[in-house]
Design a protein around this ligand. Structure first.
Ligand code: NAD
Ligand code: MN
Length: 481
């Protein structure tokens, strides 16, 4: 891997500098070293990219459904062929373990395959209206889509947006998170190689409140798809409101993991750990509140803290690493602030909470996985999204109490239930206010199933066939007899 990358913007099939000439440095989260400089797109660049995407609409619509399928399959194949290089780039950029990065690159390829397959299977209807004739619906592209991505799973979440947008015939301006623009740019270049016409897929790295805001408010953008924090999501929704843009939002979470006494404890302990510590806890779906039925509370925490202490913190590119670096020192400061707050609020720090002292971690944004017990549901550490390797354990006595605690949140993204009693599992699953939920596992994101939040966790759904509604308009046509 080159020691100092120089990256540009991708507009209309060309790699170009920002109009302002400005660049932003990328800092390696694991070392603190500057390792890349990326053109910083501004208002002018977003405007150019949106104009180009608007003009490219005709060229993409002309590509028939069979060819569009083939092009997206080409792209999936190119992602797989470049898989290791992409995974290394992502691992270094985000500070995440290389094994997790490889999985995410694989998921991105799967995503293009899935939506490639949907292209010639999803259409409109004929409807038995009262009037004499035929009413039918056509599914048409929305137009230029402004896609705004976060830094935690850059290539996977970008694929979740780009693949269905292209499948439905839209054109794109993608604004990756300022910290993680690298795989987004590679994806844009691979799309050109795969046969996506120039101008259909543009990539503008840049600062959120400049490039992101310009994209969300550009009058030629018809749809905004945003993944990020609830606070910024709300701001983006206001910007999009001006022109009645279509909008979908995937936002923060504070999901609950409910463990009942009859659970399979061996499985539940390990999954409780990985459903919060994957990606060092920087996961919107993190089950960061662990609700334990009182009789198993002590034993569960004992076994869990044992597993926490065994985790291998390490440099992201090392194969055996389980916990990499956080995205930045500034973000680690924020997480540490919550750890201090938890202690002040009276929670019991069971393990972790410190910066690892080994020399190899000097300069990087590493942090020990942290387990709090005796957390009260009203504490800030139980209410606010920490977005780091911090788990808060809360005891409960009854099913009703568990449901009430789970729902005592402004968020509603994911969650898990552990019990062998399927009646209870279903009852509790229905009662929890959340968009996705898993029973007897820690993981509920599937490419083929709708994903998204309720309450302040978001609006609309990604993945599955459900997302295609958000990337198409239904046109009704009536033909009189
Ligand atoms: P963020 O809100 O800080 O940034 C998200 C994106 O918005 C970035 O590209 C950023 O540059 C851009 N942005 C920032 N200010 C903007 C503005 N004023 N106008 C337009 N765009 C702007 O989020 P983050 O720190 O990148 O990611 C972490 C957050 O994302 C967490 O809250 C996490 O829960 C959430 N997230 C949600 C999901 C989900 O699917 N629900 C997935 C991943 C992350
Ligand atoms: Mn942020």
């Amino acid at each position: 891997m080159g020691s100092h990358l120089q990256e540009l913007l991708l507009i209309g099939g060309d790699l170009v500098p920002a109009a302002s000439g400005l660049q932003a440095d990328l800092v390696d989260p694991a070392t603190g070293e500057i390792w890349a400089a990326v053109a910083a797109g501004g208002v002018e660049d977003i405007d150019r990219a949106v104009q180009v995407a608007d003009q490219a609409r005709a060229s993409w619509r002309k590509v028939n459904s069979h060819d569009r399928t083939r092009i997206l399959l080409n792209l999936a194949n190119l992602i797989r062929a470049q898989g290791e290089a992409l995974a290394q780039l992502e691992s270094r950029n985000v500070g995440k373990p290389i094994r997790e990065a490889r999985e995410e690159v694989g998921l991105a390829a799967d995503c293009f395959e899935y939506y490639a397959g949907a292209i010639n299977k999803i259409g409109g209807q004929t409807i038995p209206v009262a009037a004499a004739g035929i009413s039918m619906t056509l599914r048409e592209p929305v137009g230029v889509c402004g896609l705004i991505a976060p830094w935690n799973f850059p290539i996977a979440i970008t694929a979740w947006k780009v693949a269905p947008a292209l499948a439905m015939g839209n054109t794109i301006v993608l604004k990756p998170a300022s910290q993680t623009p690298l795989t987004a740019l590679r994806l844009g270049e691979l799309a050109l190689q795969a046969g996506v016409p120039a101008g259909v897929f543009n990539v503008i790295p840049g600062v959120g409140n400049v490039a992101g805001a310009a994209l969300a408010s550009h009058p030629l953008v018809r749809k905004v798809s945003f993944t990020g924090s609830t606070e910024i999501g709300s701001a983006v929704m206001k910007l999009a409101a001006e022109d009645i843009k279509r909008i979908t939002l995937e936002l923060g979470g504070k999901s609950a993991n409910l463990v009942f006494v009859d659970a399979d404890l061996d499985k539940a302990v390990l999954k409780a750990l990985w459903s919060v510590l994957g990606n060092a806890g920087q996961d919107c779906c993190a089950r960061s509140r662990l609700l334990l039925e009182r009789p198993l509370y002590e034993e569960f925490l004992y076994r869990l803290s044992h597993e926490f202490k065994k985790l291998k913190i390490g440099l992201p590119l090392q194969e055996e690493t389980e916990i990499g670096a956080l995205i930045s020192l500034a973000h680690r400061d924020r997480v540490q602030h919550y750890i201090e707050l938890g202690k002040q609020e009276g929670a019991t720090l069971v393990c972790g909470g410190m910066i690892p002292s080994q020399d190899e971690f000097r300069g990087g944004a590493f942090l020990q996985p942290t387990l709090f017990a005796d957390v009260d549901p009203n504490m800030k550490i139980a209410q606010e999204e920490i977005f780091g390797p911090v788990l808060c354990a809360i005891p409960f006595d009854t099913e009703e109490e568990a449901i009430a605690i789970a729902n005592q949140s402004l968020y509603g993204l994911s969650g898990s239930i552990w019990t062998r009693d399927m009646g209870r599992a279903l009852r509790v699953a229905r009662a929890i206010e959340t968009g996705v939920l898993s029973i007897n596992t820690g993981h509920s994101v599937h490419l083929e199933a709708p994903f998204g939040g309720v309450k302040r966790s978001g609006l609309g759904r990604e993945l599955g066939l459900a997302v295609l509604d958000h990337y198409s308009e239904l046109k009704s046509i009536f033909i009189a007899e």
